[in-house]
Every structure is written in C-alpha cells, then in structure tokens.
Design a protein around this ligand. Structure first.
Ligand SMILES: Cc1cc2nc3c(=O)[nH]c(=O)nc-3n(C[C@H](O)[C@H](O)[C@H](O)COP(=O)(O)OP(=O)(O)OC[C@H]3O[C@@H](n4cnc5c(N)ncnc54)[C@H](O)[C@@H]3O)c2cc1C
Length: 388
C-alpha cells in the first residue's frame, strides 16, 4: 500500500465551488482537490444557464453577487483569454394575473439594482418579437444582466490553482473519511490523503460527506432543474435577445450558441445523483414557452437536468462547522453557485486563513452570521473562525 499524501487542505469536489476555493487557498496553502468523476464540472457546474443577474435569489444571494461582479468583470491577469461576462440583459415578464407580483418585485429589485426599469409590453415585444401580445401584460428589464463563460471561469480557477501548486485529482471519489494523528484522512481509489483541514465542496453530496466525516448534516436538499435546447425560429437572428424570465418562476429562455435554452424552472426534490431530464418536465417547459410566445416546439435537440442544492433558508453555507471547526462547509449555493463563486471562494479562504470575513463582502451587507452553518442548528457557534 502506498503512503498517504500529506497536504494542508483537502477540498472534496471539483465543481465551481471546489475549484474557486482551490484558486483562493492555493495562494497561501498546499491544496489537494479530490473529484470523483473523470473530469471536474461533470455535475451541476456543467449544466447551468450561465446567467449573471443581480436580481435573482434571496437578499443575501443578491449581495454576494454584487460582491462577485468585480472579479468576473476584471479577473486577475492571465486568468483567461476571453472576457468572462458578455452582454445579455434580462426581461422579466408577467401575465395580467401576475401584475401585482411584478409590481412588488420591481420595487424590491430597484432598491438593490437601480438600473432595473419597467417596460411596456410593446417594448418587450420589440426586443423579443416572439412574445405574444395577448399573453404579456407587464415587464421590466435588468439591462446589465450578463452571460457567464462558465467553462472559462471554472478552468481559470483550476489553472490558477495548479499554477500555485495545487493538485487536482480526478477519479478520486472519497470513500471513507477518518482521523489520523489529529488530521483528516480521506481514502479514494486514487490514494489516501492527509490534511489538518477538510473543505466540503461536494454540492448535492455535501451531507453525505459530513456523515462520512462524523459531522452532523445540515439538511441539504438537492432539487432537480430541467433545461433543453430547441432550434431558433427559422430565419430569425436571436443572438441579441435578452434572457426572458417569467415573474412566477414558471419558465425562462435565452439564446444559447445559436439555439434557444429553455427551462420550466422546476425544483423537484431529489436524492444526490447524476440527474437527467424527465420527459414530462421537458413537455411542461415546451407548453409554457408556446403559451407565452409564438414559437412552436417541433424538436428538442438536447435536454438535461442538474441538481440545485439548498438549505432551509436558501442562503449558501460557508465556514467552519460549529462542532468540528476543522471541517469547512462550502455548499448550498442553490441556483446561484456560478455567479457567487468569486465572493464565496474568498470568504471561505479568508476564514480558513484566520483573516476573518472579507471587508468588501461585508460592505455589501453580508455577514458571517448569514453564511455560517450554525444558523441552521439554532446553536451558538463554538468557533466562527479557524486559526491558520
Ligand atoms: C439548470 C440549472 C441552471 C443554473 N443556472 C445558473 C445560473 O444561471 N447562474 C448561476 O450562478 N448558477 C446556476 N445554477 C447553479 C449552479 O450551477 C450551481 O450552484 C453550481 O454549479 C454548484 O457548484 P458545486 O461545485 O457546488 O457543485 P457541483 O458542480 O455538483 O460539484 C460538486 C462535485 O463534488 C463531487 N463529489 C461529490 N461527492 C464526492 C466524493 N465523495 N468524492 C469526490 N468528489 C465528490 C461531484 O462529483 C461534483 O463534481 C444552475 C443550475 C442548474 C441545474
């Protein structure tokens, strides 16, 4: 049997969360990322809508997104060859029976993102001509909503981490976690790893990792979301269309590499698994799209699903476990894990390094109390920070 590999931080999971954490932590520590699949990004990270909007998710999420924008707009030099964000815009639409909801939502949205403005149905149809005049009763637009180059961001994190000496080990599903000499010991088919600090960035499997490590789970609930591509309407250039989002979270669609990306915005509770699209959810998405637009769905070119994983209050969970402070949570990013990854990675790295909560994230109105796992257990934390 080969000797265990000694490192300073083990990160379990090579999705956007684990990759972002490795990028930040490898600047000051020796890091190993353990990923079960043959490539990082196979699960939720590779299945997203790639959208950067500041107007989606609860108030904590929206503030973390604001704290992430600077990194995505101007990543460190050499991070990637192309811009990570590109212009998209997002129109939120409402039927007559949803107008009250639209009004309330617009007020709250403008408080945080002042560039959001109401638009008439005619203005919305001018931007997206397939929207039905007899469906649309109201709309507003977030003009600075963007598309994210998810692969560019994910690979940039991994490349940057490797450049600082991190090891990214694939085909390394963690099968057992124990203690050895006061450290964590993680056993995988790719070898055994020892470190004083363990970061749980296992997405939908986060609670399973906790149980393996003898840590109390926090009630993570994966929820399946379906997406599919259909061809663009014949002869129509859709490349400049904004993302169109239903105010009641019944559907959304956007251009996607020459086709349309459509989602019924489903959120079906699921066990952690390799999620796939159910025919019924694709059919529901197609029916809702046809109701709101003049598009007739003739052919679905590709469908897939991913798990968005939440805790009870819908905010991410970042920081040391309140009972086992060398076990660090980085989970519960829900449907927002790509666009929040710059700020959440920094928060996690800063706490591990004993530097406290980053000032720029605090200035957006987010505190450690909003993210700490202890909030989910109704107990006082034994330790909010981990000394380096
Ligand atoms: C349809 C859809 C649309 C979305 N749209 C957006 C969007 O527009 N914008 C946005 O910001 N977010 C969006 N999201 C959410 C975003 O994709 C997720 O929040 C994010 O990808 C979560 O990243 P993660 O690294 O936590 O999880 P994952 O990418 O799932 O990574 C977790 C990794 O842990 C690994 N793992 C698990 N168990 C083990 C083990 N025992 N040993 C080793 N490795 C293990 C898994 O193999 C996996 O690779 C969307 C999600 C979906 C499904």
């Amino acid at each position: 049997m080969s000797a265990a590999e000694q490192t300073e931080i083990i990160i379990i999971g090579g999705g956007i969360a684990g990759a972002g954490a490795a990028f930040e932590m490898s600047r000051t520590s020796k890091v190993v990322v353990l990923e079960r699949e043959s490539h990082c990004g196979y699960h939720t990270t590779g299945r997203s809508a790639a959208s950067f909007t500041e107007n989606y998710g609860n108030g904590i999420i929206r503030r973390i997104v604001l704290a992430s924008r600077a990194f995505l707009t101007e990543p460190p030099s050499g991070f990637c060859d192309y811009p990570l964000l590109s212009k998209r815009g997002m129109i939120t639409v409402a039927r007559a029976d949803q107008l009250e909801l639209l009004r309330e939502d617009l007020e709250a949205a403008q408080a945080l993102v002042p560039s959001i403005v109401a638009m008439t149905p005619a203005e919305a149809i001018a931007r997206v001509p397939v929207l039905r005049a007899d469906y649309l009763a109201g709309a507003y637009i977030e003009p600075h909503s963007m598309d994210i180059d998810v692969n560019g961001l994910h690979q940039g994190y991994l490349r940057g981490a490797r450049a600082c000496g991190a090891r990214i080990v694939t085909n390394a599903g963690v099968k057992a976690i124990g203690r050895q000499g006061g450290q964590w010991r993680a056993e995988t088919p790719a070898g055994t790893f020892l470190a004083p600090m363990l970061v749980n960035a296992a997405g939908a499997w986060g609670d399973q990792i906790a149980v393996m490590a003898g840590v109390r789970p926090i009630g993570l609930q994966p929820k399946r979301r379906t997406a599919f591509n259909i061809p663009a309407p014949a002869g129509v250039d859709i490349s400049d269309w904004p993302l169109v989002n239903d105010i009641g979270a019944e559907f959304y669609f956007k251009p996607d590499a020459g086709q349309l990306f459509v989602s019924p915005a489903d959120a079906t509770p699921s066990a952690p698994m390799d999620a796939y699209a159910e025919d019924i959810d694709v059919a529901i998405g197609a029916e809702r799209l046809e109701r709101a637009t003049t598009i007739e769905v003739q052919r679905v070119s590709r469908s897939w699903a991913g798990l968005r994983t939440f805790v009870a209050d819908g905010s991410p969970v970042v920081g040391p476990d309140d009972e086992v402070p060398d076990f660090i949570w980085l989970v519960g990013q829900g449907g927002y894990g790509i666009k929040t990854s710059p700020a959440l990675s920094r928060v996690c790295a800063s706490l591990i390094a004993g530097k406290g909560f980053p000032d720029d994230v605090a200035r957006q109105g987010v505190s450690m109390d909003d993210l700490t796992p202890h909030r989910l257990r109704g107990v006082e934390p034994k330790a909010r920070q981990v000394a380096s």
